[in-house]
Design a protein around this ligand. Structure first.
Ligand code: VNL
Length: 400
């Protein structure tokens, strides 16, 4: 990514020698109109490209590449330059990278944020520098309240968990054990699943948790077996689903008649194809399935797979829509950042591969459809097949 204009203009001598005509000819020869620094806007993307959440970084990075290819890397009359930085999932690194992107690179927006602690660590930098911060992955409800400069294009765990709690209560499930990763989104999933399930006269026998890092599912699965619930409700962050599913099968919980229900993070499209038959029939709720049957999604999946050679998951869609949100904002501000860009992004609505979405102007959080899905085999591969939908769901975590 070279800045051709500085090559041409840095030399005073050449600058004086070149007439306007030859400058234009030089620009043509370079295949593009010479771009001055002011004609480029930079977007700072911070993702876990390595470490335990690397699949989330890989998915979002791939989606950004697709957006760049489709848009020609332009928005609001400006050339868009994305700077992708790897925080390896470590919050201190995210904070340092955000600081550098704001101060040194003068980015118009920060985006990415693969895990809740990484988003929370960056919130004060967004506030102090008045830099819009688009959360493309992390999903704890309270994140958007950590800074007035945060907007979200992923989802919230209360949105996802309420859907499956409703389905369970209406489908003969009376006793449930919950199992969640022991941090922000797990707390939300546990609370909002249980509250809605209890409201519908269900019973929660036990609430189990596993650590975010290197979880061992064996001891908790033994506890689930002993408790003999009708179903086990699970939330684990993207990347842990396959390992969990394997152990669930190996320990014979499916054969013991314990139904598995989950948020769609567990039956994640990134890993679903390799989960094997133990995943078949798992009912879950989420905002995105690669099998969503809209023309917009079919186009998205086909072009994503052509470019990246793997199936997009919900993280990819959060990243893709995040780029579209920033670009739509830049169209309105003609490339300006700061408060103007923030205001331009609030209230945006457009058709995502998941369905129509709205960025609520008050909460800056996403309003979207939540689907109930069942894992089924189609053409020899596993997919989350949608069979019911709750339309335009606001984050239940903000309706206190
Ligand atoms: C989070 C939530 C991360 C849901 C996830 O995968 C996920 C988070 C990495 O907020 O940390 O599926």
């Amino acid at each position: 990514d070279r800045d051709w204009s500085s090559d041409v203009c840095s030399s005073d001598l050449r600058h004086h020698l070149l007439t306007l005509g030859t400058l234009a000819a030089a620009a043509l020869a370079l295949g593009s109109v010479a771009a001055r620094a002011e004609d480029t806007v930079k977007i700072g993307i911070i993702l876990p490209m390595t470490g335990p959440s690397a699949s989330t970084g890989r998915q979002i990075d791939a989606a950004i590449k697709l957006w760049m290819a489709q848009s020609g890397g332009k928005a609001g009359g400006k050339k868009v330059e994305v700077l992708v930085k790897d925080d390896a999932g470590v919050a201190d690194t995210t904070r340092r990278l955000a600081q550098e992107l704001v101060v040194n690179d003068k980015v118009v927006a920060l985006a990415g944020f693969g895990l809740t602690p990484l988003a929370l660590a960056t919130a004060p930098i967004a506030t102090q520098s008045k830099t819009p911060m688009v959360v493309m992955a992390a999903a704890t409800s309270s994140i958007t309240e950590a800074s007035p400069y945060i907007l979200r294009t992923s989802f919230t765990l209360p949105q996802a968990a309420v859907g499956i709690a409703e389905w369970a209560a209406k489908n003969g499930i009376k006793k449930v054990v919950t199992l969640v990763a022991d941090y922000g989104p797990g707390n939300d999933a546990e609370k909002y699943f249980a509250d809605r399930f209890l409201l519908n006269s269900g019973q929660v026998l036990e609430k189990l948790r596993t650590p975010l890092r290197s979880p061992d599912f064996a001891p908790v699965l033994q506890k689930v077996r002993d408790a003999k619930p009708d179903a086990l409700f699970v939330f684990l962050p993207s990347g842990q689903g396959a390992q969990f599913m394997k152990q669930f099968g190996e320990r014979g919980l499916d054969k013991a008649g314990i139904k598995l229900i989950a948020t769609g993070d567990v039956t994640d499209d990134d890993q679903l194809a390799d989960m094997g038959d133990v995943a078949l029939g798992v009912v879950n709720s989420h905002h995105y399935s690669a099998a969503h049957p809209s023309p917009a999604n079919k186009k998205f999946v086909a072009e994503f797979e052509a470019l990246n050679k793997f199936r997009p998951n919900f993280m990819a869609v959060g990243g893709y829509d995040g780029m579209r949100l920033i670009a739509k904002g830049l169209e309105q501000t003609k490339g300006a950042g700061g408060q103007a860009l923030m205001d331009a992004m609030k209230g945006q609505t457009f058709e995502s591969p998941r369905g129509n979405i709205l960025i609520d102007a008050q909460t800056r959080d996403i309003v979207q459809d939540i689907y109930t899905r069942k894992v089924e085999k189609k053409d020899g591969q596993l997919w989350n097949i949608e069979f019911d939908v709750q339309k335009s769901v606001k984050d239940p975590g903000k309706q206190k």
